[in-house]
Write a protein that binds this ligand. Structure first.
Ligand SMILES: [Zn+2]
Length: 134
């Protein structure tokens, strides 16, 4: 794994407003954030701001080195969401209750509605922290 300097990590965290750039989970004490290579190093992705994003342990753990997932509507492979070139709100939306992310290939591949995060969202909605406002 490439060395990512503290300055670069700080830049990624600040740009992301301390939120997972996939599932939008906020950096809180119980959630560990990692720096994701959007294009994986194994595919030649650079360790530079333009190819890095902040991702929670869950999203990053399911993303691994994948760049594509299966779109559940078409059954075809589709590229995963790229937070550097696509807008979250153009690509995903929150279900009305704020508990589920509505999307396609990336939601499935990264299991963005996994039980643990949905349970957390339920508490965050009650606390008024979620869904995050832009
Ligand atoms: Zn996440």
């Amino acid at each position: 794994m490439a060395y990512i300097s503290e300055g670069l990590r700080q830049g990624v965290r600040e740009r992301a407003h301390e939120r997972c750039e996939y599932c939008q989970t906020q950096q809180v004490i119980v959630v560990s954030m990692e720096i994701d290579h959007i294009v994986p190093e194994s595919a030649g992705g650079e360790t530079a701001l333009g190819n890095l994003c902040l991702a929670c342990v869950g999203c990053n753990g399911f993303k691994l080195d994948f760049q594509r997932g299966i779109d559940p509507e078409t059954g075809q492979e589709a590229p995963l969401f790229n937070p550097r070139v696509q807008g979250w709100n153009d690509h995903f939306q929150w279900r009305d209750d704020g508990l589920q992310v509505i999307g396609r290939a990336t939601v499935v591949r990264l299991r963005m509605n996994r039980d643990a995060v949905v349970n957390s969202r339920q508490r965050w909605v009650q606390a008024g922290w979620h869904p995050p406002k832009e």
